[in-house]
Design a binder for this molecule. Structure first.
Ligand code: NAI
Length: 386
């Protein structure tokens, strides 16, 4: 494989939210970036937006004028795929559509050198299935940035079934050069973060649907008792109910309709109504001008019950991912603290609460609801017995 250290040439395909963020990040760390989008207006706008946001950073004294200028100079807008011939690594960040991505990878293989790494930023498609369109599947990998890419510290590296170790090492070297924390994750639906975090949203919605508490009270409980920076409903409104609902639906269907990941009708209706959250001024809460946020019921016992149920489900998910070797224990902890800002790693948290307590809560829920959703992970059961 080629040299992916400092000063390597990076190709970015797609100049939307993620592609433009990745291009900015790499350029700000001195890499030469070739950026391409089939929509020339989007490509042009990406440059203009970048200039504006760098100007703001200069005005605030966060970066120097020289740094802003060199970031801009490092990005070259390409007019065709042929310009990717000089790249050491190419990251694809186009629409989440398997056939579009496969077509791009197929085309790239005819242009790039044999040692060029081909990466996808997909958040929900299988890296292995994208790689299947290539002759050299060993050089294809998932490099999953979070939004906004220049700011979020975590990157999930996802080898496909045929990815060669050198491709993983080269990708890691590149991501290290961007000052990010990397975790390695098996090519499975939702990777680490989007899988393990599902109960934070799903269980919160269940609690609401059952009439146990309203949105504001559940959010309050998770912040006040759990120490989370945002409650589940605030966070879903922030991420967007369109995106959050789609991720849940994709993880659920790709895991063969496992009940643990089942989407909710509550969020589906919000999605259908266009109540996507902050960006639409309406989600679980209203963000219209003059709107007042509802007051939570600050009942400690109720708050504790809500927190206990959600944290037990989150911990169960982390143990299952560990058991299924989706990632190492250390990477699971890193991913949840760096990727979604959890106050503690879920395994560490489980040890503080006590594994037996978590297991008993899950067994109680399982007995009460008679639902597969609440089945405790085999690893949690084994370790709790010890
Ligand atoms: P976006 O819709 O903002 O940008 C996609 C861009 O790709 C558009 O500008 C479009 O014109 C361009 N495009 C479409 N087909 C193309 C082609 N054949 N060749 C070149 N350009 C093409 O999408 P976004 O949000 O940036 O997502 C891109 C990828 O990143 C998706 O795979 C998504 O799952 C993933 N992702 C998105 C995150 C997010 O929060 N938005 C977070 C992490 C990953």
């Amino acid at each position: 494989m080629g040299n992916l250290g400092k000063d390597s040439c990076l190709g970015v395909i797609g100049a939307g939210t993620m592609g433009s963020g990745i291009a900015q990040l790499a350029a700000s760390f001195g890499h030469k970036v070739i950026l391409f989008d089939t929509n020339s207006v989007v490509l042009k706008q990406a440059g203009e937006k970048l200039k504006k946001s760098l100007d703001v950073l200069v005005q605030k004294g966060k970066i120097t004028d020289d740094a802003a200028k060199s970031t801009i100079a490092n990005i070259h807008n390409a007019s065709s795929y042929n310009e990717f011939a000089q790249c050491n690594l190419i990251i694809e960040a186009v629409v989440e559509n398997i056939s579009v991505k496969q077509e791009i990878f197929e085309k790239l293989e005819q242009i790039v050198t044999v040692d060029c790494v081909l990466a996808t930023n997909t958040s929900s498609l299988s890296v292995t299935s994208i790689a299947a369109s290539c002759n050299h599947t060993e050089r294809v990998i998932g490099i999953h940035f979070f939004n906004p890419a220049p700011i979020m510290p975590l990157v999930e590296i996802v080898p496909g079934l045929a990815t060669h170790k050198s491709t993983i090492d080269e990708s890691r070297t590149l991501i290290d050069s961007l000052n990010k924390t990397t975790v390695i994750v098996k090519d499975t639906p939702g990777f680490i973060v989007n899988r393990v975090a599902r109960p934070f949203y799903g269980e919160a919605i269940r609690i609401y649907e059952e009439g146990i508490a309203d949105f504001a009270t559940i959010d309050w409980a998770m912040k006040e008792i759990g120490g989370f920076k945002m409650g589940p409903f605030e966070l879903m409104d922030f991420i967007g109910n369109d995106i959050n609902f789609k991720v849940t639906e994709t993880v659920w269907t790709q895991l063969f309709y496992d009940n643990r990941y089942k989407p909710s009708l509550t969020q589906k209706r919000l999605f259908e109504a266009g109540f996507w959250g902050r960006k639409r001024s309406r989600g679980y809460y209203s963000y219209a001008e003059g709107a007042v946020m509802p007051e939570p019921t600050k009942d400690k016992a109720l708050g504790q019950e809500i927190f206990n149920r959600i944290i037990s489900m989150l911990i169960n998910e982390a143990y299952d991912a560990w058991y299924l070797k989706i990632a190492s224990k250390e990477d699971l902890e890193l991913a949840m603290t760096k990727g979604v800002n959890y106050p503690k790693g879920l395994i560490k948290w489980s040890e503080e609460i006590g594994l037996e307590k978590i297991l008993n809560r899950l067994l109680q829920l399982n007995e009460l609801y008679l639902e597969d959703r609440y089945r405790p992970s085999i690893l949690l059961r084994k370790l709790a017995k010890k």
